[in-house]
Ligand binder design. Structure first.
Ligand code: CMP
Length: 138
């Protein structure tokens, strides 16, 4: 079925000037952008977004990093969006990502890994609503 996923272009990829190239890959893979916003997280809001990782050793660094610069938040629509988008971005650690994936091409490290992708339909809805009002989704 056609459904939606949520993504952010993270501060490393935004600062490197890779937003356009990443969005081009996303559109060429058949995703339709149904919401988009250039924004910035405070450390506190990053902490809320990543609350599921609260007990992980990398949590504090992650929240600092994700609030260190601009991010490009988007909701994407496609058949099988969540799984297909995770295939397009590749493994969390770019060292393990397949050739041709967004993270293999653009990520700097396991933390500065260029893009986020929701891991389930349920989280896609929660994460999308974290950034976008219903009236901002098309
Ligand atoms: P993402 O999967 O989008 O959401 C959780 C983020 O935490 C992940 O991307 C990375 O940016 C970061 N992350 C995950 N695992 C590690 C790790 N082992 N060390 C540092 N950062 C990590």
């Amino acid at each position: 079925a056609t459904n939606r996923t949520f993504t952010m272009i993270k501060p490393d990829a935004y600062e490197a000037g890779n937003s356009g190239a990443i969005i081009k890959m996303i559109e060429e893979a058949g995703f339709r952008i149904v919401a988009a916003k250039l924004t910035r997280l405070t450390e506190e809001r990053a902490g809320q977004f990543y609350a599921v990782h609260k007990e992980r050793p990398f949590y504090q660094d992650l929240c600092k990093y994700m609030s260190s610069g601009n991010i490009f938040a988007m909701i994407l629509e496609k058949e099988n969006a969540v799984a297909d988008f995770r295939k397009l971005i590749g493994a969390t650690n770019p060292a393990n990502a397949e050739a041709g994936t967004i993270r293999k091409i653009f990520a700097q490290s396991i933390e500065k890994n260029a893009v986020h992708g929701s891991d389930s339909d349920e989280n896609a809805a929660i994460e999308g609503a974290f950034f976008f009002a219903g009236t901002e989704q098309f």
